[in-house]
Write a protein that binds this ligand. Structure first.
Ligand code: HEC
Ligand code: HEC
Ligand code: HEC
Ligand code: HEC
Ligand code: HEC
Length: 178
């Protein structure tokens, strides 16, 4: 009965080894990480863009600028071209819109400062949460009422895992860690 025992033992040992490697890698990555999430965080942006004006007053759907949130891992932010589509005609004399126009004419892009950001060793997926019918507000708060976007949750592992347990979503390490 020697060989069969080995056959069942070695894959399991391999699992433990790779789990150890995973934990070590994740721990090392965490050490080099200074952006430990603290709420609230509302960085200044290169263009003073207001969600309150666009979503609150003008009733634009989130998907006008973050359409990818429903069908891919990243929500993304609409390119300057989409902004100009309206701002060729709307608020053309506003100083921030003039700034926008100058960037566009110079064929530049805007480097928005991230408000929500996970360390590179964590995998997140917008589409999966969208399919599970979790509204944007659950994780981002009432963005439509904000002038400048403010982070409303601590992006800790405990926060993710707690909800996964509450809703019967998977909580194995490899779901979130590569
Ligand atoms: C569907 C049309 C539409 C799109 C797309 C759009 N805007 Fe606007 N934007 C508006 C309207 C309407 C206003 C309000 C104008 C007013 O009150 O006079 C506005 C106002 C603004 C202002 C003026 C300041 C303020 O807060 O009132 C800025 C700056 C601005 N938008 C930037 C952007 C940027 C950047 C994008 C692209 C990410 C964008 N807009 C996309 C319609 C749009
Ligand atoms: C007219 C375009 C537009 C619409 C509509 C819009 N957003 Fe945004 N959103 C932006 C732009 C531009 C930024 C980047 C600048 C900033 O953070 O304000 C942004 C940033 C964000 C961020 C922060 C991203 C990060 O981590 O840096 C969140 C969260 C967000 N939007 C959620 C929403 C939600 C939820 C809605 C609908 C209720 C919405 N947005 C509607 C243009 C838009
Ligand atoms: C379960 C929580 C959760 C939900 C629901 C959620 N988001 Fe996010 N969102 C996040 C996290 C976490 C990040 C940071 C991701 C990263 O850094 O990898 C993020 C990042 C973003 C960003 C920054 C750009 C990007 O793709 O990283 C935008 C914009 C955004 N979310 C918009 C939305 C919109 C719009 C909705 C609703 C359709 C939504 N989010 C639903 C958690 C969520
Ligand atoms: C408010 C509840 C909630 C929060 C907060 C939340 N999740 Fe989720 N997550 C879910 C649900 C529900 C699913 C869908 C599970 C399914 O399809 O069975 C899911 C799915 C996922 C998936 C896809 C799993 C697969 O099957 O491939 C990943 C990856 C994920 N979440 C990562 C995260 C991370 C990372 C965070 C924190 C930054 C987070 N989630 C925060 C509820 C949540
Ligand atoms: C639902 C998503 C999710 C699951 C499941 C998950 N993690 Fe995490 N983990 C995260 C997020 C998000 C972070 C980064 C934020 C933080 O450090 O709290 C993180 C950070 C870590 C860190 C960095 C140390 C620290 O606390 O900052 C380690 C180590 C870790 N995870 C190990 C694990 C192990 C081992 C498992 C399985 C038992 C696991 N994770 C399951 C989302 C998850």
């Amino acid at each position: 009965m020697g060989p069969p025992t080995r056959l069942t033992r070695s894959p399991r040992r391999r699992t433990w080894i790779s789990l150890g490697v995973l934990c070590a890698a994740v721990a090392v990555a965490a050490l080099s990480l200074s952006s430990a999430a603290k709420t609230p965080y509302a960085p200044e942006q290169p263009i003073d863009f207001s969600h309150r004006v666009h979503v609150g007053d003008d009733q634009l759907d989130c998907a006008v600028c973050h359409s990818a949130a429903r069908r891919s891992a990243f929500a993304g932010i609409a390119p300057l071209e989409r902004c100009i589509g309206c701002h060729k005609y709307v608020a053309t004399g506003h100083p921030e819109v003039l700034k926008l126009r100058r960037l566009w004419d110079a064929r530049k892009t805007i480097s928005w400062v991230k408000v929500y950001e996970l360390p590179a060793f964590v995998r997140f997926n917008h589409e999966a949460h969208s399919l599970a019918q979790i509204p944007c507000d659950t994780c981002h708060g009432d963005v439509g009422s904000m002038h400048r976007v403010r982070r409303v949750v601590d992006l800790t592992m405990g926060w993710c895992v707690q909800c996964h347990r509450d809703r019967g979503a998977p909580d194995d390490c490899v779901i979130c860690h590569h």
